[in-house]
Design a protein around this ligand. Structure first.
Ligand SMILES: Cc1cc2nc3c(=O)[nH]c(=O)nc-3n(C[C@H](O)[C@H](O)[C@H](O)COP(=O)(O)OP(=O)(O)OC[C@H]3O[C@@H](n4cnc5c(N)ncnc54)[C@H](O)[C@@H]3O)c2cc1C
Length: 335
C-alpha cells in the first residue's frame, strides 16, 4: 500500500495534533501516525493523570494544615485504588476522542511505528507513504541509564498506573517529576526518598523557592539526599537494594520501588533519520529558528523531539506545533 500526503505528522501528542489540525483546516491532505494510543505524554502519561493524583494529595494536605483549626482530619486517607479508577475515568476516553476530533477535521489517523525510508518517504509497519512535508513530533522518553540493575527501576508511566502504592519508594533524580511524585506519595502514606547527584535539585527553578519546597517536603516526610549518585540496584528479599555514593562513602538502602526520574531525552532512535538526511543530536532534531530541519527542507520538528531553546513542557509543544504548521504553509506558498 502507498499513499501521498501534503503532510505526515509523526506523533499524536500535543505538538503533532496541533499541527495536523492547523494544516488540515487550511485544506492540506494530512496523515498523522502514532505507535501508541492517541494523546501523547501529557494527556495519557504525564501532566493530566499526574494532576488528578495531585488533587487527592492537595486535599489531604489542606485538611492537615487545618488540623485544630476547625477541621478534624482523623482517618482521612487516600484510597489509591479508587483514585486510580478516577484517573482512568479521565484518561481512558482520550485516544478515541482525539482520533474522532482529527478525523472530523479531515485528518487520516494511522497506527504503527514510523521510520523514514528516504528523503520524502515513510514506512509504517510495512506500508509506504510519501509526503511533501513531514513533522517530527515524537516527544521524549526516559534517559537511558547504564549502571548495574538500572532495568529494575520503573518509569514515570508505570508510577502513574500503579494499582497499589508501596511503603518505601526511591525517586532517582531531583527534577520536577520526582518531586511532584514524592509529594503525592507522601500524602498517600508512603515514605519517599529523592536522590539528586548535585547539591541543589530542581535546577532551573528559583533557588529560594526550591529551598522552601524542600523544607515543606521534609515536614511531609520526604527524605532528600543531595550530592548522591546511584551506582547499582539489586533485587533483595523484600524489595530492592540500592547502592549509592555520597560524601565519598558507599552505602546501601532498601526500597519497595525505585522510580526513574533522572531526565528525559528526545525519542528519535526508531525513526531511521539517517535515511532521510535529517541531522539530530542528544537535544533533538536540529532545526532552524523556524523549526525546519537544517539538512532536509521537507522535514520540520516541534515539541520535546526538537532541538529548540523552549522547555520540554506542553504549552511549548503546542505553540511549536502551530508555528511549524504555519511556517510549512508559508514555505509551500513561496515554492
Ligand atoms: C510524568 C510527566 C509529567 C509532566 N507534567 C507536565 C506538566 O505538569 N506541565 C507541562 O507543561 N508538561 C509536563 N510534562 C511534559 C509534557 O508532557 C511534554 O512536554 C509534552 O507532552 C510534549 O509533547 P510532544 O507533542 O512533544 O510529545 P508527546 O506528547 O510525548 O507525543 C509524542 C508521541 O509520539 C509517538 N511516537 C514516538 N516515536 C514514534 C514513532 N517512531 N512512530 C510513531 N509514533 C511515535 C509517541 O508514542 C507519543 O505518543 C510532563 C511529562 C511527564 C513525563
Amino acid at each position: 500500500m502507498s499513499r501521498t500526503y501534503d503532510l505526515i505528522v509523526i506523533g499524536a501528542g500535543m505538538a503533532g495534533v496541533a499541527a495536523a489540525n492547523k494544516c488540515a483546516s487550511q485544506g492540506w491532505s494530512v496523515g498523522i501516525v502514532d505507535a501508541l494510543p492517541y494523546g501523547g505524554t501529557c494527556a495519557l502519561r504525564g501532566c493530566d493523570p499526574k494532576k488528578i493524583l495531585r488533587r487527592g494529595a492537595e486535599i489531604i494536605d489542606s485538611a492537615r494544615l487545618m488540623r485544630g483549626k476547625g477541621i478534624d482530619d482523623d482517618g482521612l486517607v487516600i484510597n489509591w485504588a479508587d483514585l486510580m479508577k478516577h484517573k482512568h475515568g479521565f484518561t481512558d476516553p482520550v485516544p478515541q476522542n482525539m482520533e474522532d476530533g482529527l478525523t472530523g477535521n479531515g485528518v487520516d489517523t494511522l497506527h504503527g511505528l514510523a521510520r523514514f525510508a528516504g528523503m520524502n518517504s515513510l514506512e509504517i509497519d510495512g506500508s509506504h507513504y510519501q509526503a511533501t512535508h513531514f513533522l517530527i513530533a515524537t516527544g521524549a522518553r526516559p534517559r537511558p541509564l547504564d549502571f548495574p540493575g538500572h532495568q529494575l527501576m520503573v518509569e514515570s508511566t508505570d508510577f502513574l498506573d500503579l494499582t497499589a502504592l508501596p511503603p518505601r519508594i526511591l525517586f532517582v533524580g531531583g527534577g520536577f517529576i520526582s518531586f511532584e511524585f514524592a509529594h503525592i506519595a507522601a500524602r498517600a502514606s508512603s515514605t519517599p526518598t529523592v536522590i539528586d547527584r548535585g547539591p541543589r535539585p530542581l535546577k532551573g527553578f528559583d533557588p529560594d523557592l526550591v529551598e522552601l519546597l524542600i523544607a515543606r517536603g521534609a515536614e511531609a516526610g520526604i527524605q532528600l539526599l543531595r550530592s548522591t549518585i546511584i551506582t547499582a540496584i539489586e533485587k533483595s528479599q523484600n524489595g530492592y537494594q540500592a547502592t549509592v555514593e555520597r560524601s565519598g562513602h558507599t552505602e546501601t538502602m532498601e526500597f519497595d520501588l525505585i522510580v526513574h526520574g533522572a531526565g528525559r531525552t528526545p525519542d528519535l532512535s526508531s525513526l531511521n533519520l539517517e535515511s532521510a538526511g535529517v541531522d539530530w543530536d542528544e537535544h533533538g532534531v536540529r532545526v532552524a529558528p523556524h523549526l525546519q530541519s537544517t539538512t532536509n527542507p521537507a522535514v520540520y520538528a516541534a515539541g520535546d523531539s526538537a532541538n529548540t531553546p523552549g522547555m520540554p513542557l506542553t504549552p511549548v509543544a503546542v505553540i511549536e506545533g502551530k508555528v511549524a504548521a504555519s511556517n510549512m504553509g508559508k514555505a509551500a506558498k513561496t515554492v
